[in-house]
Design a protein around this ligand. Structure first.
Ligand code: FES
Ligand code: ZN
Length: 309
């Protein structure tokens, strides 16, 4: 098998693109895919200094590395979730990456900043992944704004996005479908949130890290076992095996064809935002979703609510 770009011996086959690459050309391909996402969705200006949310896993470290390779002066932020040894090791991978490259890594800790950990939230009958997602969205946004970053980068890849899309489609959840975009625009109280890896699969980011010599947390989060999205990923992988490119078509087709229809719903759903009584973050209610989660976890006994952002 020969590399499609230079004719050397290929090291990786990409059936979804009907192609194969040698190591150098594969890295070139990854940079190209990220460049295309950034440009076509207007994710990051050339003059901006993005903040990358790093978990210590392959996707976020690949995202950080790719942005640096593309010439962005990207910094990182790591949020400790308090998931025992898993979090300890994840933090080490993030710190090592930053230390070896002399990069700025901001560190925050859920237990110190909010007074609870994800296992404690889960003990209050919250789904761990929903408490985790909510905490990440809130605290990472806050850190970005507090430190003057306008753009927050996450390592969501094509598999992640296709799985979320699949879940939203099975429920025909128009409100969530309307908000599923590679860019959530900057607005008062919210940094712009961007996902430059939406054109790369999980297999791509793993291969990227191996070729670039990036050490990452290989273990899956112990609290994610049985998570709905892992099931959707398995289903999509089966589809992909039968029809290479199915995942890409599913996600890109949605963004191309459905996005214009959903934009009007997104605008209608926005609602009036006011500052949270407790932390000042924009919210549609009296307390933002994160402050409600904090109350329920640190003062158990209150009913759980959900919030749009
Ligand atoms: Fe968030 Fe596991 S990393 S629940
Ligand atoms: Zn709040």
């Amino acid at each position: 098998m020969k590399c499609r770009r230079c004719g050397a011996e290929a090291v990786i086959e990409l059936p979804q693109h009907r192609t194969a690459f040698c190591a150098d050309c594969f890295l070139h391909h990854c940079r190209n895919q990220v460049r295309r996402s950034i440009d076509s969705y207007h994710m990051i200006d050339n003059t901006e200094r993005p903040l990358v949310a790093v978990s210590g896993g392959k996707d976020s470290l690949a995202a950080w590395d790719l942005l640096l390779e593309l010439g962005y002066q990207a910094d990182g932020v790591y949020l400790g979730l308090g998931i025992g040894e898993y979090s300890d090791r994840s933090g080490e991978y993030a710190r090592d990456f930053a230390r070896q490259r002399d990069l700025t890594l901001i560190e925050i800790d859920l237990a110190t900043d909010a007074g609870f950990t994800i296992p404690q939230a889960a003990a209050q009958r919250r789904t761990p992944c929903s408490a985790c997602g909510l905490s990440k969205r809130h605290l990472l946004n806050k850190i970005a704004l507090d430190h003057g970053y306008r753009v927050l980068v996450t390592g969501h890849n094509l598999d992640d996005e296709a799985a979320v899309l699949f879940g939203n489609v099975t429920r025909w959840d128009l409100r969530y479908l309307a908000r599923q975009q590679p860019v959530l625009t900057e607005q008062d109280g919210f940094a712009r949130r961007v996902k430059p890896l939406v054109r790369l699969s999980e297999r791509d980011t793993a291969a990227y890290c191996v070729i670039r010599g990036i050490d990452y947390q290989v273990e899956e989060c112990p609290l994610a076992a049985g998570n709905r999205h892992l099931g959707y990923k398995e289903l999509l992988n089966q589809m992909e095996e039968r029809t290479p490119g199915a995942k890409m078509d599913f996600y890109n087709g949605f963004q191309r064809r459905m996005r214009p229809l959903l934009d009007s719903i997104a605008t209608k759903e926005k609602g009036e935002l006011n500052p949270c009584d407790q932390c000042g973050s924009p919210t549609t209610g009296r307390l933002c979703a994160f402050c409600r989660l904090t109350e329920q976890t640190t003062k158990p006994g209150r009913p759980a609510e959900s919030s749009p952002r």
